[in-house]
Design a binder for this molecule. Structure first.
Ligand code: NAP
Length: 338
């Protein structure tokens, strides 16, 4: 087998133009790892944050990176080789994964490539009912929705807050999902519905039909009216946009309700939340093969659907990042690796 492969690499931080399609060494398979021939790669915001050098983080928080760098965390593909100590997978298995996150967030996940080495603990059998493109669209976004809303699934310390993040009951509750058409949002809508919530989806105009189709009971077009003026007395707001503007959702929650800012950096409404009797909580998504197996059953039978915004070839990763920078993503952007 050749020791080389094709990959998207970058030799400096910058915009989409720094992404170069070139020959790179094929990864070695370390202990506990599986080598996967990648068929599709799902894109996520940490890809552009890292491409750009995590400029939105204070300098002391920015991860140390060595070049050349290969971006990406989410893959679907076929097992090509297995370390001798790994049980439970065979060469030829179709698998999917969010690779080494957050431990690989400085470039250790390396998904934009023909081959990637994956810790077996981060890997699951791909749902057979969906293709590689759809499977690659699921891992980070769906695990985020699941770990925020259903089951955290680990006891690692929370880098975002001193206490453990805890999901809240959803059955019979009123849940608003902001950024509902995006990667995390479209799964959050479906997870909340699956668990019995009454769901209000907030997005721009063109996403209404999709979100109603995914089960949203109410739709708020934020381009026509501020969502925080259209609702009140909710049990939970999952704000996939997060950041400082998340404060505005505190007042739409009932006492005892919860706000989950999925992007918590910059949130400064702690005091107001306390006065209003609202819990504010966030977590950082973590790789989990066992949770991917669990949600894989829901993807397999169509209970949860992966919506694909657009598909590019691996060689066109730059165009995919240009698409992402325009925003208003509906579901997932995916790279196909032939
Ligand atoms: N805590 C974690 O571990 C974790 C994990 C995953 C992601 N995240 C963070 O979560 C955020 C979302 O990630 P993602 O992958 O879902 O991003 P995404 O796919 O880009 O989705 C963002 C969505 O927000 C919508 N939007 C933009 N402006 C809006 C507004 N003012 N009001 C309502 N919706 C608006 C966009 O479409 P429209 O404007 O057309 O409606 C788009 O569908 C990112 O900041 C990411 O870093 C955090």
């Amino acid at each position: 087998m050749s020791q080389m492969m094709r990959a998207i690499r970058q030799h400096m931080f910058g915009g989409p133009e720094v992404l170069v399609y070139e020959v790179a060494p094929k990864p070695e398979v370390g202990p506990g790892e599986v080598l996967v021939r990648v068929h599709a790669v799902g894109l996520n915001p940490p890809d552009w944050y890292l491409r750009d050098g995590y400029k939105m983080l204070p300098p002391e928080w920015r991860p140390q990176v060595s070049f050349p760098l290969i971006l990406g965390t989410d893959i679907s593909g076929i097992v090509a080789a297995i370390a001798s100590d790994v049980k439970g997978f065979s060469v030829g298995d179709e698998v999917y994964s969010m690779v080494r996150f957050p431990s690989g967030m400085a470039g250790g996940s390396r998904a934009y490539a023909e081959f990637v080495s994956v810790p077996a603990a981060d890997l699951a059998l791909k749902p057979t009912g969906i293709d590689h493109v759809h499977a690659a669209g699921a891992p980070m976004s769906l695990l985020t929705a699941w770990q925020f809303m259903v089951e955290l699934g680990h006891d690692e310390p929370n880098p975002l807050q001193p206490r453990r993040h805890a999901p809240v009951p959803l059955a019979g509750r009123t849940v608003l999902v902001n950024g509902a058409a995006g990667g995390v949002g479209h799964f959050a809508v479906q997870v909340a519905k699956l668990k019995g919530a009454h769901v209000t989806a907030v997005a721009s105009t063109r996403h209404e039909a999709l979100l109603r189709d995914l089960g949203a009971d109410e739709f708020i077009d934020y381009t026509k009216a501020p969502p925080e003026e259209a609702v009140r007395d909710l049990d939970l707001v999952v704000d996939t946009l997060g950041g400082p503007a998340s404060n505005r959702f505190l007042r739409v929650l009932k006492r005892g309700g919860a706000l989950f800012p999925v992007f918590p950096l910059g949130f400064a409404g702690g005091e107001d939340a306390e006065k209003l009797g609202v819990t504010v909580s966030a977590t950082q998504v973590r790789s989990s093969g066992s949770q991917l197996s669990e949600v894989g059953r829901l993807l397999d039978d169509g209970t949860i659907r992966v919506v694909v915004d657009s598909i590019y070839s691996l060689a066109d990763a730059r165009k995919a990042h240009e698409r992402a920078s325009v925003g208003h993503i509906q579901g997932k952007i995916v790279l196909e690796v032939k």
